[in-house]
Design a protein around this ligand. Structure first.
Ligand code: AMP
Length: 404
């Protein structure tokens, strides 16, 4: 069902509370990659252009003890946001109380305020009480009381039930106030939702990464929905073991071999495994390495798919109309084992007739690092959240947004 979005709201003169994802890397007060701040700008600008008062909140890192708070203030984010918006951002260094309420009362239309890291609420008087991440309803109620409308634009936390997403939304519902998705959230729901629930066919999923155990839920769900499932990366070799192919010293989850067997039985020819691999003497970029087909001898470990597999994968992908990709095809962090991931990514970029979606986490890092992200349709911003979406689970943060 379609969700209410920011463009459905009447924003003028309204106090608009916005949950954004400003969980950026910060070291000694200096922000590293500010992608997440950039990604939140369209919704923030839209609210400001429509003369709303944007009251922003976000979590940053994990706060488990009083001492953790020191390095996890959102103040540097307020400064960066101010530079990016080219306008002042009022920073309020607390998460509740008079100081915050006074600052909000003084806001002009079209102004922007950011209050302190919502996870500061996880530690109160030195005690780890998880008010934010345990979704204390009183906290959600309090934050909801600060505003007329709530926009959730933090897809990255949508799979968690926290006070700053689900708690606020529930309290807004109680108070008869609207809860809408921001543009970033809307895009994620549109692309991931369409792909999983209503894909243009053929629909091909590419699943890679280290472990089968992380992806069982995704495979189970996509076995029902996809026309083909291509498997690559470290989890390949648990499937090899299930098929009786020798794996040498490659990564394997012995306790998941039976699961792999039943997936293969259920999936039949829906499942496509690599036929050749780049095998190395040790887990190192400089180790001796070569391409082998089929069985992998002892003393060798597979660290990437081979060139023949890339061609076979391309053959499956060439007619696809929807592709969802989660997890690299090999140890892409090492240049000698990045070719499989790179070539699959490059090929996806040539599929002009298909919707190509990268489902978060390491795959997002891989396509960015390898420079193939521009040609793809959608790169999801949420790791865990996109995985859960692909598993077909209901994400509490999204469920709590009003339907249209
Ligand atoms: P994931 O977080 O499950 O998507 O896994 C990503 C990680 O899997 C990356 O750090 C890769 O280096 C690693 N990986 C991919 N292929 C292999 C492989 N053949 N052997 C060991 N690790 C791998």
């Amino acid at each position: 069902m379609a969700k209410l979005t920011v463009s459905d709201l009447d924003l003028e003169r309204k106090k608009v509370l916005m949950r954004v994802d400003f969980n950026v890397p910060i070291k000694d007060g200096v922000i590293g990659d500010d992608n997440r701040i950039q990604a939140a700008l369209p919704t923030i600008k839209y609210v400001l252009d429509h003369k709303g008062k944007a009251i922003l909140c976000s979590h940053l890192g994990r706060v488990k003890k009083e001492d953790d708070k020191k390095g996890l203030s959102l103040r540097p984010v307020a400064e960066r946001l101010s530079n990016l918006l080219n306008k002042p951002v009022i920073f309020v260094p607390v998460t509740e109380g008079q100081q915050l309420e006074d600052a909000i009362a003084k806001m002009d239309d079209g102004s922007v305020l950011l209050f302190e890291n919502t996870r500061y609420e996880d530690v109160v008087n030195g005690e780890y009480v998880k008010r934010e991440s345990g979704n204390d309803p009183k906290l959600g109620e309090y934050w909801a009381s600060l505003a007329d409308e709530f926009i959730n634009d933090a897809f990255g936390t949508a799979h968690r039930s926290h006070a700053s997403n689900v708690g606020i939304a529930e309290a807004m519902h109680q108070a008869g106030k609207p809860v809408a998705a921001g543009f970033l959230m809307e895009k994620e729901i549109q692309f991931l939702g369409e792909a999983v629930n209503n894909p243009k066919r053929p629909f091909v999923a590419i699943l890679g990464g280290a472990k089968v155990s992380d992806k069982i839920g995704v495979i189970d769900n996509l076995l029902e929905k996809a026309d083909k499932i291509i498997i690559g990366g470290g989890m390949t070799y648990t499937f090899y073991a299930a098929k009786g192919i020798k794996i040498g010293d490659s990564l394997v989850e012995k306790d998941k071999v039976d699961v792999a067997k039943s997936i293969l039985e259920k999936g039949g020819d829906k499942i496509v495994l690599p036929s050749d691999n780049i095998v190395a003497k040790s887990y190192s970029n400089d180790a001796e390495h070569k391409v082998v087909e089929g069985d992998i001898d002892d003393g060798w470990m597979a660290l990437d798919i081979g060139p023949k597999s890339v061609q076979e994968f391309e053959d499956v992908l060439k007619d696809a109309k929807t592709v969802v990709w989660n997890g690299p095809m090999g140890v892409f962090e090492m240049p000698n084992y990045a070719q499989g991931t790179l070539n699959v990514g490059k090929f996806l970029g040539t599929l002009s007739d298909a919707t190509t979606i990268v489902g978060g986490g390491d795959s997002t890092a891989a396509v960015k690092q390898l420079g193939v992200s521009e040609k793809l349709t959608h790169i999801s911003t949420g790791g865990g959240a996109s995985l859960q979406y692909l598993e077909g689970k209901t994400l509490p943060g999204i469920a709590a947004i009003d339907n249209k």
